[in-house]
Design a protein around this ligand. Structure first.
Ligand SMILES: Nc1ncnc2c1ncn2[C@@H]1O[C@H](COP(=O)(O)OP(=O)(O)OP(=O)(O)O)[C@@H](O)[C@H]1O
Ligand SMILES: [Mg+2]
Length: 374
């Protein structure tokens, strides 16, 4: 084989997992190695203001410029990307349909999806995968995923702007599973809630055995907390963001230590959005338990940048009466400690769940794709 051929082959195995967050763009790249994928690059840059709304990139050239900066400063080398769409229009559904072949599947899926999509099939980007067939061969279980076309098209436009080629665009829930659970983990066969608390929204997902029978997106996240501090304490959004990171904490009657008056004031103003968030999470978990009777949710994995809000994990654990662990997706990966200090990866970790899972395409779980290129 020529050297060029080898280089091509090596290059083809590298992907940049890109998370188009509304607060920060985040990227992770692994290198193939004899011991499995080795962490090679991790980087994030601020998302230009108002350039991503409800999962749609409203200004692809502006996001393209931010991507360019992220790729250069993070020294990413791969040209192929794996990304995901997220937001209120993302639907993941498992349905039973009459048996048919792969060719007939997509057109039948569109017909089937009309029943449950909150938007028209014409506006939808849909994919489906056959999960299995019934013993008598009459029926089959099908996994359908859908998102509004705008989400996918706008992401492709931003990537094209910087000559990146999308190998895959999937939906966010599957990347969370790949980042946090492997088939040899004890929890893989349990119902685990993976909650991604971002800036503009939170996604609540329940996974078991590599499947995601439940996913929901609610428009509450770190932005609501920052706004509550800015309004309540009459400070700018920038100042509120700083206070949130340095002074905000969820106080509990179980704490006996006295706290500074500012900490109490911040706690009082962030309580309403936090209560709203917990209520939505509660509702989702209850819906799952009702819909899938007999299924028990064992624990919660908490990620997203807002997972770093002081004591959010303990607060959620108390409110939901479930064990909660803070996501450390890169702590699960193989890396050279000389290149990446463990505490740096742990601090960044919760926000990197999506990008890490996207970069781990080698982990096979059934994940339909909204766009793919050879
Ligand atoms: N130490 C911290 N304490 C509290 N909040 C934090 C901390 N660090 C980051 N955040 C918050 O995390 C949020 C960003 O999280 P993340 O990167 O997961 O969001 P995103 O993916 O860009 O947004 P979205 O998914 O909503 O589009 C911001 O609201 C930010 O203020
Ligand atoms: Mg996010």
């Amino acid at each position: 084989m020529s050297l060029f051929g080898k280089m091509n082959k090596g290059g083809a195995q590298r992907y940049i997992g890109i998370d188009f967050g509304s607060f920060e763009l985040k990227a992770v790249q692994f290198a193939p190695s004899p011991r499995g994928p080795l962490l090679e690059h991790v980087y994030k840059v601020p998302t230009p203001a108002n350039a991503i709304k409800d999962g749609v990139i409203t200004d692809p050239p502006l996001i393209g410029e931010a991507l360019r900066q992220m790729i250069a400063d993070g020294a990413f080398t791969a040209k192929r990307t794996v990304s995901a769409v997220a937001g209120p229009t993302v639907v993941v559904r498992q349905v039973t349909m009459p048996a048919m072949n792969e060719r007939e599947l997509l057109s039948s899926t569109k017909y089937e999806a009309e029943r449950f999509l909150p938007y028209s099939v014409e506006e939808a980007q849909i994919d489906a995968k056959i999960l299995g067939r019934s013993d008598d061969g009459q029926n089959m279980d099908v996994l359908i995923v859908s998102a509004q076309k705008d989400l996918v098209i706008s992401q492709m436009a931003a990537l094209a702007y910087v000559s990146l080629s999308p190998a895959v665009i999937e939906v966010e829930p599957f990347s969370l599973v790949r980042a946090m659970l492997a088939p040899d983990d004890a929890a893989f066969e349990q119902n685990i809630a993976i909650i991604n608390v971002g800036a503009s929204s939170t996604s609540i997902n329940i996974t078991k055995g590599g499947f995601v029978p439940f996913t929901r997106n609610v428009p509450i996240g770190g932005n609501a907390i920052t706004k509550a501090i800015a309004t309540g304490l009459n400070v700018s959004l920038e100042e509120a963001e700083k206070m949130k990171r340095e002074k905000a904490a969820i106080l509990s009657q179980r704490d006996s230590e006295p706290v500074a008056p500012t900490v109490t004031r911040i706690f009082n103003v962030i309580t309403p959005p936090l209560t709203e968030l917990v209520t939505e999470i509660h509702k989702s978990l209850d819906y799952f338990r009702t819909r899938f009777r007999g299924e028990v949710i064992e624990s919660v994995i908490l990620g997203g940048g807002t997972a770093r809000l002081a004591s959010l994990d303990a607060f959620l654990s108390h409110e939901l009466a479930l064990p909660v662990t803070l996501a450390d997706p890169l702590g699960r990966a193989t890396y050279n400690p000389a290149d990446f200090p463990a505490d740096y990866l742990r601090d960044m970790g919760p926000a990197l769940m999506v990008a890490t899972g996207l970069a781990r395409r080698d982990l096979q779980i059934v994940s339909p794709q909204l766009a793919a290129s050879a």
